[in-house]
Design a protein around this ligand. Structure first.
Ligand code: ARG
Ligand code: ZN
Length: 844
């Protein structure tokens, strides 16, 4: 069944209070609920339907009288009074057998919950929808030492604890944790002087991996006060790390639950990328306290209301904590790698979808990352001051409510007086707009003609022009900036902008700071790109110039089987020589478009991508770059040495990133000799893993690989890296077999999403390996998706997106992928999650 946004109606009853009692037992947990309902004056339909799935109803009582509801697989209905009443129910659930990791489940002997989006209905009967908000009191009876729920602690004793959450919340924010856990404590005093006890709860053995996360939490709390004026609102804030978790983390009120990979960190076991991600996720979940919890979503179609805004806020935080241009570049790389393929293929959907079968399939990079880009565009269009005012109004006007995108847009309209009707198209129109640039130069006047078009996407054949903020600046022939950055508002299908009084024809730097999530089609020559790479004053576009030059070079190599052009190689040499550029930035400059991006670019220009030809072009360009910059490598290496104790800060991380890029180029020339030295000398995970990766890519390093496993086999998060790296670095020929062999390893615990993704996610990401001509990559992945589906539908469905680009490739590969998709679709009792994904991918 498909659910539509247009069918929204409010629930017939309001919930005044919820009391829950949990009697924990691995296979027979009893949940007793006592819920005060009253008719909702704003609703007409008085059907009393409570969601409930996989529950055994033991007893149901209304106002003290036992009743017999009509129970189905989805929930129950029963006749209720036309006045306030108390509903009581006892249900039995089986957390010990809950492998889907939704609702109440067990992970390493610990009870924990994941309710977003619709998991609460697997805990008890309830109107499990975000617009039903209530205050919760929770009593937990269980013989585990730590018993946690939302809100503030209100009592505890031997074998029990009670919690009261005074803030009305929807059921998806409910959480419960019970386990033998150790606290890493912290303290925060809010801006109005409220003392908050912070705790990061972990299993024994993980105590040494908490300090960084705790500091990140304090920084987040301070930042949200300083930048958004948002203060924390409970006496305690708890974070729990769990090993079995489908996503990154969850913002349950006062009790965030994290995938241990998204919170546990130490220099020995975590890479710089891990540290940065952990800092960002902790901030993200914390920021949800206001954007998500205090103000929540009316229905799941509005998911981007909380996710887009919260991703935008965590990106601002990372920019402030680290380097803003580097963060922007990372975000553009990610958007192009993950969101663009989604937006330009069969899974394309609007940032605010209009229908779904399974909402879990819409926790996508479109909703999250493109959703965040929309906030960024809005801010750029109205200006920073108006943005701040609009946000104040939003918090003021909507605190305690369950809202829509219309409410969000309205605060901007009310603040600025601006009509945002056209802007709203960004929420409803799917597909990535393409912006084409035309130029004209006459008598000192430079005319820029921008045009936009969006290709049809599933369910949307006609596209209307969107308002696109195009930040642009002009550079003179000497490389000086003759026009500072200005935001051009492209609102029509085609529009011209003129710049007068120029002495010479300028070079335009367009879409500075990646000011809109669009594909820019700008036919710069290699020489112009090299010019921008050398001179652009906008750090994003300077990087972009190098990236575009790399892409053009690779495309030319693929098409004509040609040697790489010198513009790119000389450009890289100049960048690497430029000691004024941050190490991190220089390492980003050395990056190349992904092979999958190259495949997309070829497909979009009407060619059939050949994964092996793409792979070869990248290898060749890497080799040529290594040779071209060879003489510089020793000096660069010495520039990246750090003689201070390890710190995961941006400065040191940047040096290590450049050091890693240099080591990689070096190992292409010395067969891995230097990398072997580095591996032996490594005193942190970034260095160790980088060195190992260089060795494996150089076709050596088997001794180090075995050594790495021996050293780290007790640490599940590092073992995940060990699994993943082998698949990531495998040759195209070996990738599928490597992945399959690793699934036979005793440590391949496929029911653990992190471990499953370490292998299967890496397989899907290894472009040439996944697309091996005989279809082995497709078959290995499909075998495992079919196996995982009955155990964990959410993770299975997500990973189906590996096949979303199937129509880009040649007929043979299309047939092979289609056969696997069909095989998955035909599997008996396939989950709703996976069924929806596969049918969308197939275009059925
Ligand atoms: N709200 C969480 C976050 O963005 C994501 C949880 C989604 N979980 C799910 N099973 N769909 O931080
Ligand atoms: Zn979120």
């Amino acid at each position: 069944t498909t659910i539509y946004l247009k069918d929204y109606t409010p629930f017939g009853y309001l919930v005044d209070s919820v009391h829950l009692t949990f009697d924990l037992a691995e296979h027979t947990t009893h949940v007793t609920s006592r819920i005060a309902f009253r008719p909702n004056p704003d609703a007409r339909d008085r059907t009393f339907f409570l969601h409930g799935e996989d529950l055994t109803l033991i007893r149901a009582v209304i106002d003290g009288v036992e009743v017999t509801p009509n129970v189905t697989e989805k929930g129950l209905t029963v006749d209720v009074p036309d006045a306030p009443f108390i509903w009581e129910a006892v249900v039995e659930i089986d957390p010990g057998n809950n492998t889907a990791l939704e609702g109440l489940y067990m992970s390493n002997g610990m009870y924990c919950t994941q309710c977003e989006a619709e998991g609460f209905r697997k805990i008890t009967y309830y109107p499990d929808r975000p617009d039903v908000m209530s205050v919760f009191t929770v009593r937990i009876n269980g013989d585990l030492p730590v018993l946690l729920s939302n809100g503030n602690p209100s009592g505890k004793g031997e074998g029990w604890a009670e919690w009261i959450d005074p803030w009305p919340k929807p059921a998806y924010l409910f959480a419960l944790v019970a386990g033998d856990l150790i606290a890493h404590p912290g303290q925060f005093t809010t801006m109005s002087g409220r003392d908050v006890d912070l705790n990061l709860w972990v299993r024994s053995g993980d105590e040494g991996k908490c300090a960084f996360g705790m500091e990140a939490l304090k920084k987040s709390m301070k930042w949200d006060e300083d930048v958004y004026g948002r203060e924390y609102d409970l006496d305690v804030f708890n974070i729990v790390a769990v090993d079995d978790f489908n996503m990154g983390a969850m913002e349950n009120k006062g009790l965030n639950i994290f995938n241990s990979s998204a919170v546990l960190a130490s220099p020995e076991t975590s890479t710089d990328a891990n540290f940065e991600r952990i800092e960002a996720i902790i901030a993200h979940e914390y920021f949800h306290n206001w954007t998500g919890n205090r103000i929540t979503c009316r229905d799941w179609f509005q998911l981007c209301l909380k996710e887009g805004l919260t991703v935008f806020r965590d990106a601002q935080f990372t920019s402030d904590m680290r380097s803003a241009p580097v963060k922007r570049i990372h975000d553009a790389i990610d958007l192009r790698a993950r969101q663009f393929p989604e937006d330009n293929g069969p899974l394309s959907h609007p940032v605010r979808p209009e229908s779904f079968q399974e909402i879990n399939n819409f926790y996508t990079s479109t909703v999250y990352e493109k959703g965040a880009e929309l906030i960024g565009m809005l801010k750029r269009l109205v200006g920073n001051g108006a943005y701040a005012q609009a946000l104040d109004l939003y918090f003021d006007r909507h605190d305690g409510q369950a809202c829509t995108i219309e409410d969000w847009i309205k605060v901007f309209e009310d603040t600025t007086g601006r009509d945002l009707t056209q802007f709203k198209r960004w929420y409803s129109q799917s597909g990535t707009p393409r912006v084409t640039v035309g130029e004209d130069w006459q008598d000192g006047t430079y005319t820029l003609t921008l045009s936009q078009r969006t290709e049809p996407t599933p369910g949307q054949s006609e596209k209307l022009p969107q308002v696109i903020p195009v930040a642009a600046g002009l550079l003179g022939p000497n490389g000086d900036e003759v026009r500072a950055t200005e935001v051009l508002e492209l609102t029509e299908a085609e529009q011209s902008f003129t710049f007068t009084g120029l002495a010479a024809k300028p070079v335009a730097s367009i879409l500075r700071d990646f000011s809109a999530p669009v594909i820019l089609e700008h036919d710069h020559t290699d020489a112009e790109r090299a010019f921008l790479l050398a001179h652009d004053t906008d750090p994003f576009n300077r990087w972009q110039a190098g990236r575009s030059l790399a892409q053009d070079t690779l495309m030319c190599m693929i098409r004509e089987d040609a040697a790489p052009g010198t513009d790119y190689l000389d450009g890289m040499l100049a960048v690497l020589r430029d000691g004024d550029l941050d190490p991190d930035y220089r390492s980003l400059m050395l990056g190349l478009p992904t092979q999958s991006e190259l495949a997309a670019a070829l497909f979009e220009s009407g060619e059939i991508p050949d994964p092996m030809a793409i792979w070869t072009s990248v290898e060749t360009l890497r080799q040529a770059t290594a040779q071209h910059v060879q003489d510089l490598l020793p000096r660069l290496h010495s520039e990246t040495l750090i003689d201070a104790p390890f710190s995961p800060d941006a400065d040191q991380a940047g040096k290590r990133a450049l050091g890693g890029a240099v080591l990689y180029l070096t190992s292409r020339l010395d067969g891995g000799a230097k990398a072997a030295e580095e591996y032996a000398a490594a005193d942190n995970m970034t260095r160790q893993l980088t060195a190992l990766s260089c060795l494996l890519r150089a076709g050596t390093g088997q001794t180090e690989l075995a050594d790495f496993y021996t050293q780290w086999q007790h640490d599940r998060l590092v073992v995940d890296k060990w699994f993943g790296l082998q698949v990531t670095t495998a040759s195209p020929e070996a990738t599928a077999d490597t992945a399959r062999d690793l699934t036979e390893h005793t440590d391949f615990n496929w029911k653990n999403p992190n471990r499953f993704r370490a292998v299967m996610g890496a397989l899907a990401m290894n472009h040439a390996g996944f697309h091996r001509a005989d279809g082995a990559g497709y078959a290995v992945l499909a075998d495992w998706l079919i196996r995982l589906d009955p155990v964990n539908p959410q993770t299975t469905a997500r990973m189906c997106s590996a096949f979303q680009t199937w129509k880009r490739y040649d007929a043979d590969r299309q047939d092979l992928m289609k056969a696997q998709l069909t095989r998955i679709a035909d599997t008996p009792n396939l989950s709703r999650d996976t069924t929806e994904m596969v049918s969308r991918i197939l275009g059925a």
